[in-house]
Design a protein around this ligand. Structure first.
Ligand SMILES: Nc1nc2c(ncn2[C@@H]2O[C@H](COP(=O)(O)OP(=O)(O)O[C@H]3O[C@H](CO)[C@@H](O)[C@H](O)[C@@H]3O)[C@@H](O)[C@H]2O)c(=O)[nH]1
Ligand SMILES: [Mg+2]
Length: 239
């Protein structure tokens, strides 16, 4: 691992006050153990549960490597990444959820994989190798599998987990792909990957276990699912 690399984590939050302190602790521990240069950028959409107060306490505790940027309302996961990216100072960017579904222990594996062939993107996958999903009910498992199968059949990008959002990007690659992506909600991850492959970026996968959140609720609803289906179909005609 090159000594000059810096890893910026984009951590979008909406009502994550119970999860944020532990995920930030795990991240700083992992980065420091591995002697990596890092920062964590929290993008909070005006969470009514006081997530921002907790974030400010974390900045006091861990210092300036933790950053907080806010928006006034819940504007969606996709645009939260766009918002956070403009402040990233690393040459690599990691995107992940703040609710422990994505464990920081996989980050060193993703970094190692990236260096093997200078990959543009390393994506965590629940649907290859030792990857898996824990804690979801049958309905949510079927929605996720169905979403991947549908996009894979229609668009054939050749990536085993299109909807997952635990990924490592070269910063310039993320900048390029994110600004050509139109989805705002959950179809964002799928569209990003389909566009990245269409642009010729090289993508590697690392199996991850995705564990359902312990605190709080998922923000996935029927409207998001409908948007996703529309997203796949519109990519079918445009990519
Ligand atoms: N700032 C901001 N953050 C948000 C918003 N919506 C969700 N988040 C944050 O984004 C992360 C994921 O949200 P969840 O609501 O926990 O998503 P999920 O249902 O567990 O879905 C996850 O798995 C899907 C794959 O099956 C992914 O598609 C999805 O991106 C996410 O990783 C959490 O850290 C949550 O606080 C928003 O509008 N704004
Ligand atoms: Mg979640």
């Amino acid at each position: 691992m090159s000594k000059n690399n810096k890893y910026s984590v984009l951590l979008p939050t909406y009502n994550e006050r119970d999860n944020l302190p532990i995920i930030v602790w795990l991240l700083q521990q992992m980065f420091n153990d591995n002697k990596l240069d890092w920062e964590v950028i929290i993008i909070d959409d005006g969470s009514p549960d006081g997530t921002q107060t907790i974030a400010k306490q974390l900045i006091k505790a861990y210092g300036q490597r933790i950053k907080l940027y806010t928006r006034t309302g819940k504007l969606g996961l996709g645009t939260a990444y766009v918002h956070g990216l403009q402040y990233a100072t690393g040459n690599f960017v990691i995107i992940m959820d703040a609710d422990f579904s994505h464990h920081p222990k996989f980050i060193p594996q993703m970094i190692k994989k990236q260096t093997e062939a200078d990959y543009d993107i390393v994506t965590g996958t629940r649907y290859a190798g030792d990857g898996g999903v824990y804690g979801w009910d049958l309905k949510r498992k079927l929605v996720s599998r169905g979403a991947n199968l549908f996009a894979d059949t229609v668009l054939q990008p050749g990536v085993s987990d299109l909807t997952g959002s635990f990924r490592l990007y070269k910063k310039g690659v993320l900048d390029d792909v994110i600004h050509s992506t139109e989805s705002k909600g959950y179809s964002f991850q799928m569209e990003m990957m389909v566009r990245a492959k269409a642009k010729g970026y090289n993508v590697a996968e690392v199996p991850i276990s995705f564990v359902d959140r312990v605190y709080g609720d998922s923000k996935l609803g029927g409207e998001e699912i409908a948007q996703y289906l529309k997203g796949v179909l519109s990519l079918w005609t445009s990519v």
